[in-house]
Write a protein that binds this ligand. Structure first.
Ligand code: PRP
Length: 187
C-alpha cells in the first residue's frame, strides 16, 4: 500500500503544518544562538528516535558552533510494574563533562524521560545543561520538568510526523498530525 494511502486512512487532522513548524524552528534557533553567543561549542544531544528530524532542522539554523551527539532510552509503558522507569540503551559517543549541553527532544509527555535524562546528565558535571523540546503535552505531565526552549504546547492527542511515530510509522511526514482515535484505541 502507498504511504499516502496509509496517511489518508490513519490521520484525522493536521495540527501543525510544515510552514508553522519551520517558522518556529527558525525562532528557536535564533534564541539559542543568541543565548549561547559567548560559548565555544554547544553539544546538541538528540534523544532517539523521535528527535532526529527536529534536531537536523534546528542545528542547520544555529549560528553558534555546535556538535551533535545522540542518546537512546527505553521507557516502560503504562500498566507495567516499572511504569515511569527509564533505561539508558545507548549513551553519547563523547563525554559531556565540562561541555555546554543542550538536550533536544521531540516531545515531553509525562516528563519521566526528560527528568531521568536531566538527573543522569547533571551527575556528569557538564558546564551547563538546558533542554529544548519541540512539543509539550502539559495535560499529561506526571513529573515536573523544566524546558528552556519550547516549540508548541499541544492537546492530549496522539501526534505523528516530524519525527513522531505510531508503531514506527509516519516519522518522516513534514507536518504534525493527530492520529484518528480508532487507530490507536483498537489495541
Ligand atoms: C517519546 C519521546 C520522548 C518520550 C517522552 O519517545 O521522544 O523521548 O517519549 O515521553 P515522556 O515524557 O512520557 O517520558 P518514545 O519512547 O516514543 O521513543 P521514540 O522517540 O523512539 O519514538
Amino acid at each position: 500500500m502507498a504511504l499516502s494511502a496509509l496517511v489518508e486512512q490513519a490521520i484525522e487532522r493536521t495540527l501543525l503544518d510544515e510552514q508553522t513548524i519551520q517558522r518556529r524552528v527558525v525562532e528557536l534557533a535564533a534564541q539559542i544562538s543568541s543565548d549561547y553567543a559567548d560559548v565555544d561549542n554547544v553539544v546538541l544531544v538528540g534523544v532517539l528516535k523521535g528527535s532526529f528530524i527536529f534536531l537536523a532542522d534546528l542545528a542547520r539554523h544555529l549560528d553558534v558552533p555546535h556538535s551533535v551527539d545522540f542518546i537512546a532510552l527505553s521507557s516502560y509503558n503504562r500498566g507495567t510494574v516499572s511504569y515511569g522507569a527509564v533505561r539508558l540503551i545507548m549513551d553519547t559517543r563523547s563525554s559531556i563533562t565540562d561541555q555546554h549541553v543542550l538536550i533536544v527532544e521531540d516531545i515531553v509527555d509525562t516528563g519521566y524521560t526528560l527528568d531521568y535524562l536531566m538527573r543522569n546528565f547533571e551527575a556528569r558535571r557538564p558546564a551547563s545543561l538546558r533542554t529544548c523540546t519541540l512539543l509539550s503535552k502539559p495535560d499529561r505531565r506526571e513529573v515536573d520538568v523544566h524546558v528552556d526552549y519550547l516549540g508548541f504546547e499541544i492537546p492530549d492527542v496522539w501526534v505523528v510526523g516530524y519525527g513522531l511515530d505510531y508503531a514506527n510509522r509516519f516519522r518522516t511526514l513534514p507536518y504534525i498530525a493527530a492520529l484518528r482515535r480508532d487507530v490507536y484505541e483498537k489495541e
